[in-house]
Design a protein around this ligand. Sequence first.
Ligand code: FES
Length: 92
Amino acid sequence: MTTMVCRCEDLTEDDIVEAIEDGYDEMEKLKRHLRLGMGPCQGKSCTLLAERILCRETGKDIQEVAEPTARPPSQPVPFSLLASPKRGEQDE
Ligand code: FES
């Protein structure tokens, strides 16, 4: 049976275990390798599950496993904002 861990990035428990076996044995490494926690929910659903899997597979305590760095998602910017003249140049 396949257990989904990160629904946003379509990652299963097997994907995470395989990555840990390949040497991605920290949450930050898993994040960068698998995009774990980088979906629309920003890891609210999957980070704790992945931490528990990492603890189980490496024998680390949950306090030893640091959460990955949280960064706000980038915002789309209208192209017109980038193409518009600088402030003050419109009047010249
Ligand atoms: S479930 Fe993993 S980022 Fe949303």
